[in-house]
Design a protein around this ligand. Structure first.
Ligand code: PLP
Length: 381
């Protein structure tokens, strides 16, 4: 990252934690395949198993239930492809799920039903209940319900334990995309009651290209990638040793990240206060819902988010328009639309997301650049 850039796009990819960098550099020096029985192989195996314990601890899961993947997208695709292979007939997914889930579900051949969210961006348990009653799942026609723990754009947190309970009462299985939540709020596999949890290393200070699928409630995994017997035959392919080492170390350090969240929330709240003072018309999406303390998702009506992002980049401020992972969408993000906002607001929403490396001065730097850019954009109209 350019040293002079104020990086405020940590939900797209968090800054690498020093602990993760250190573990990855050490892992690069291990010449051995974790499947080999010799000492070099055992060294690699030890690194992977340590990381597995660290990731399990982060979500209060069992190490044996952690399967390393190439990231959140692969973890989600594994569950959906597995559901199709098992003959699951219906997927119920919230309208605000990440493209990783929506695209996988749409291409799975399984009938997809959308779960509406309210104006605050939350799935209401009653809506799930009604949909399940209408579908009337049975052992012959089972369901997979998929709802994320925290939304990547708004940061809004979903009532997963309640949704999972309703799903199980209907004989269904529950997939929770915890990619954005892990490391930002406490994630407890047992309290959530999810059958599957998807995680990604680069959202919590680890490297890109590593993630995990964690199972709970005795759920099993149908492998998406077949080949050798790695990951106890649940995900084939020689393990990404360096990535997994970094993931484990970042997961270990993420407990400190949780303690740091009030500091990030202070920065986020200061930012929103100053934005409101600057422009009374500003809309903070999901403001009154429970949401991640590091995330602000807001719109200034009439100001195009994409133009703002580019203009701020020229001022060395990195933020994103809606979801960075689905950038290029000129129609705007699906998340504000699902929350009931119109296309103009959807095209105006931007996301500022803080990380462990940010300090209060970054808020001042952002506000200074934002004011300059906004003035310029308004004068050019
Ligand atoms: N789910 C959510 C909520 C995300 O924010 C992302 C990444 O942006 C993903 C899934 C995909 O994770 P990965 O980048 O590890 O494939």
């Amino acid at each position: 990252m350019n040293k002079t850039t104020i990086y405020l796009d940590n939900n797209a990819s968090a800054a690498l934690r020093p602990e993760a960098r250190e573990a990855m550099i050490a892992a690069l020096d291990i010449c051995g395949n974790a499947s080999s029985v010799h000492r070099a192989g055992r060294s690699a195996r030890n690194v992977i198993e340590k990381a597995r314990r660290q990731v399990a601890e982060l979500v209060n899961g069992a190490p044996g239930d952690v399967v390393f993947t190439s990231g959140g997208t692969e973890a989600i695709n594994t569950v959906i492809a597995g559901a199709a292979a098992k003959g699951i007939k219906h997927i119920l997914a919230s309208e605000i799920e990440h493209a990783a889930l929506l695209a996988a579900a749409r291409n799975s051949g399984i009938e997809l039903h959308m779960l509406r969210v309210d104006g605050g961006g939350r799935v209401l348990p009653d809506i799930l209940q009604q949909k399940l009653d209408a579908i009337a799942p049975s052992p012959a026609s089972p369901v997979l319900v998929a709802v994320m723990l925290a939304n990547n754009e708004s940061g809004v947190i979903q009532p997963i334990a309640e949704l999972a309970r309703i799903t199980h009462a209907h004989g269904g299985v529950f997939l929770c995309d915890a990619v954005q939540a892990a490391g930002k709020i406490a994630v407890d596999m047992k309290l959530l009651g999810a059958d599957y949890l998807a995680l990604s290393a680069h959202k919590l200070g680890g490297p890109q290209g590593a993630g995990a699928l964690v199972t709970g409630c005795g759920a099993d995994i149908t492998p998406l990638i077949r080949g050798g017997g790695q990951e106890r035959s649940r995900r084939a392919g020689t393990e990404n040793l360096t990535g997994i080492a970094g993931f484990g170390a970042a997961a270990g350090a993420a407990s400190t990240g949780l303690l740091d969240m009030p500091r990030m929330k202070k920065m986020r709240d200061a930012l929103e206060k100053q934005l409101k003072a600057l422009d009374g018309g500003i809309i903070v999406l999901g403001e009154n819902a429970p949401r991640l303390g590091n995330t602000s998702f807001f719109a200034i009506p009439g100001i195009k988010a994409e133009t703002l992002v580019i203009a701020l980049d020229l001022e060395n401020i990195a933020i994103s328009a809606g979801s960075a992972c689905s950038s290029g969408k000129s129609a705007g993000s699906h998340v504000p639309l699902a929350m009931g906002y119109d296309a103009d607001i959807a095209q105006a929403t931007i996301r500022v997301s803080f990380g462990w490396q940010n300090v209060m001065d970054d808020v001042s730097a952002f506000m200074h650049a934002f004011q300059t850019v906004l003035k310029r954009m308004r004068n050019n109209k």
